[in-house]
Ligand binder design. Structure first.
Ligand SMILES: Nc1nc2c(ncn2[C@@H]2O[C@H](COP(=O)(O)OP(=O)(O)OP(=O)(O)O)[C@@H](O)[C@H]2O)c(=O)[nH]1
Length: 180
């Protein structure tokens, strides 16, 4: 749903079919007047597809790890995902942690601070998102696009792009609205 929100700006809640194996979508974003084509692979979360998804880690330049703020086991699984990433992904892969469903405040079981703490422990950027409202969804993908663009085009005399600082300056804590 987060990927569909980013790609199509829509949320088709309730009517979703679980990802079987792997799915991908392209989106071109503008980063500092340069067009960056993101090819985004959505891997199935279910254990039975694990052998398929492992194969895709190796070529990924960035990985977005999502948990559901209304589902504690999804948060508890993040450590296992990070272990997998270290085993199968490129060493310099950009990792981002997202706590999704920030619109569901009444059902929240994972505190924002706990997401922040875990992200800090692993040195990865973090934000809460909502595929339903669009909150922070564009920011998450844009921050990754910026990081990858800077890595690819960085000149020695240019200031280094700092993804953590960029996100902190842009993110909406409430997850209430899409980027204007
Ligand atoms: N309220 C709310 N519901 C959401 C949000 N994102 C996803 N959902 C709902 O959560 C369910 C699962 O969403 P998916 O995006 O299919 O989750 P997934 O982790 O990709 O699931 P798999 O395809 O099985 O890996 C669906 O019923 C969505 O409608 C959100 O931000 N807010």
């Amino acid at each position: 749903c987060v990927l569909v929100r980013f790609k199509d700006g829509a949320f088709l809640g309730g009517n979703f079919i679980a990802t079987v194996g792997i799915d991908f979508r392209n989106k071109v974003v503008d980063v500092d007047n340069l067009k960056v084509k993101l090819q985004i692979w959505d891997t199935a979360g279910q254990e039975r597809f694990r052998s398929v998804t492992h194969a895709y880690y190796r070529d990924a330049q960035a990985l977005l790890l999502l948990y559901d703020i209304t589902n504690k086991p999804s948060f508890d699984n993040i450590r296992a995902w990070l272990t997998e990433i270290h085993e199968y992904a490129q060493r310099d892969v950009v990792i981002m942690l997202l706590g999704n469903k920030s619109d569901m405040a009444a059902e929240r079981v994972v505190k924002m601070e706990d997401g922040e703490k875990l992200a800090k422990e692993y040195g990865v950027p973090f934000m809460e998102t909502s595929a339903k409202t669009g909150g922070n969804v564009e920011l998450a993908f844009l921050a990754i696009a910026k990081e990858l663009k800077h890595r690819a085009t960085q000149q020695p005399n240019e200031p280094k792009f700092k993804i953590h600082d960029y996100i902190e300056s842009q993110k909406q804590k409430s997850g209430c609205c899409s980027l204007g």
